[in-house]
Design a protein around this ligand. Structure first.
Ligand SMILES: Cc1ncc(COP(=O)(O)O)c(C=O)c1O
Ligand SMILES: [Zn+2]
Length: 376
């Protein structure tokens, strides 16, 4: 097991989560070849840092990639990678499954995470599936309704009063002391699990651009590493341009990228409807910034209004994405991409998780006696 800090280059033989310099660490590039297999875990068997515990899989990954007619509006060939169909409705399940496979193998009895939405539900569900206990740390402001979708799986929900930003680091420190394996947003195993998105896309097409809703930066780093490993192993001929998409009301990575800064700074007064991607201090922010510069990617921020419109457009194509997840489509209107290029937008999580905030549709009332008229 060899981990490396993408910022200072220091390497580690033991499974640490952060480098001494404070940045997240990641596994070195894997070498291998693809096989015939039922699941992405089996087909890319050589590329995981721990053996996937397939007997505990809930069927995460292998999600549909579908052509969208919205591409016509923007003069591009648009494909949607529908991560909303994962077992707990978001891409988080891929990373949770792999991190949980490690926790089980390493002998942990309890796992944890810091989240209020998609990752909280995912860790709670997979912990139960794996027969482990889960401690889910949520912020003071987390709504009761969202927490129900977490506690239903059996995880213990702990509301933490205090600075939510500090909780990420505090949880890692205490987890180590108490033997609780915390799998937060950019845990090294979690990131490896997200590589499957890149692998599955490459099995079907060669995209020119991939649009990635970005908060902590874990998902972006995972998809980037997936494509880099495919390229380094001679399985694809070139890398797509990766575009990080953030909400204007909380866009610390885009701000640092635009201003040519080397470090991401805290984004003051975050405010957006895309709550799932509203991390003002992204723990993988500097690592994403470095990747964007090295790979020639881009960062686009979109307004709440643009997000709402994108969410509606997707729904009218039969896909109910949560606001954070619709940001990729919102970004399409701002990117001015060359005519005819192939674009993949990652639909990261389901709108059902944020149902309370969804726009109400039109409902017609009709007396039974007048039904014939209503149906005309
Ligand atoms: C729906 C959705 N999209 C995108 C993201 C961004 O992922 P990351 O924090 O790894 O950048 C999240 C993270 O919570 C999410 O819940
Ligand atoms: Zn370092």
């Amino acid at each position: 097991m060899k981990l490396r800090c993408p910022i200072c280059g220091k390497t580690y033989d033991e499974p640490v989560q952060r480098c001494e310099c404070g940045e997240p660490v990641e596994f070195e590039l894997f070498k291998g070849e693809p096989y015939i297999g039922k699941s992405v875990w089996e087909r890319f068997w050589d590329f995981w840092p721990v053996e996937p515990a397939l007997e505990f899989s809930l069927g995460e990954g292998d999600t549909p990639l579908m052509k969208s007619r919205l591409g016509d509006e923007f003069g591009v060939k648009l494909y949607l990678k529908n991560e909303t169909v994962n077992p707990t409705w978001s891409f988080k399940d891929r990373g949770t499954f792999l991190a949980m496979s490690y926790a089980l193998k390493a002998g942990y009895k309890t796992v944890g995470t810091v989240s209020t939405g998609n990752m909280a539900a995912s860790v709670s569900a997979y912990a139960s599936r794996f027969g482990l206990k889960a401690k889910i740390l949520v912020s003071e402001s987390a709504g009761d309704e969202k927490l129900k979708a977490v506690s239903v799986y059996g995880g213990e929900v702990i509301r933490v009063l205090g600075d939510y930003g500090r909780l990420y680091f505090e949880s890692l420190k205490l987890g180590e002391k108490l033997g609780v394996y915390f799998m937060n947003s950019d845990n090294p195993f979690r990131i490896e699990g997200y590589k499957g998105i890149a692998f599955e896309i490459a099995e079907e097409l060669t995209p020119d651009y991939v649009l990635i809703p970005t908060s902590s930066g874990g998902l972006f780093r995972g998809i980037a590493k997936g494509f880099i490993e495919l390229y380094e192993n001679g399985l694809i001929d070139g890398l797509p341009k990766l575009i990080a998409v953030q909400a204007e009301g909380c866009s610390p990575i885009c701000k640092a990228f635009r201003e040519g800064k080397e470090k991401v700074e805290r984004f003051e007064n975050p405010r957006t409807i895309a709550k799932a991607i509203a991390n003002p201090c992204p723990p993988s922010g500097n690592a994403v910034l470095k990747l964007l510069r090295e790979l020639g990617g881009g960062c686009v921020s979109v307004s709440d209004d643009e997000i709402r419109k994108a969410q509606k457009r997707l729904a009218l194509e039969g896909l109910f994405a949560q606001p954070a997840s619709a940001t990729g489509i919102a970004a399409l209107g701002k990117l001015n991409l060359p005519e005819g290029v192939k674009v993949v937008s990652i639909l990261t999580g389901s709108g059902l998780r944020t149902l309370k905030d969804a726009p109400a549709g039109k409902i017609t009332e009709c007396p039974l006696e007048g039904l014939e008229n209503c149906l005309r």
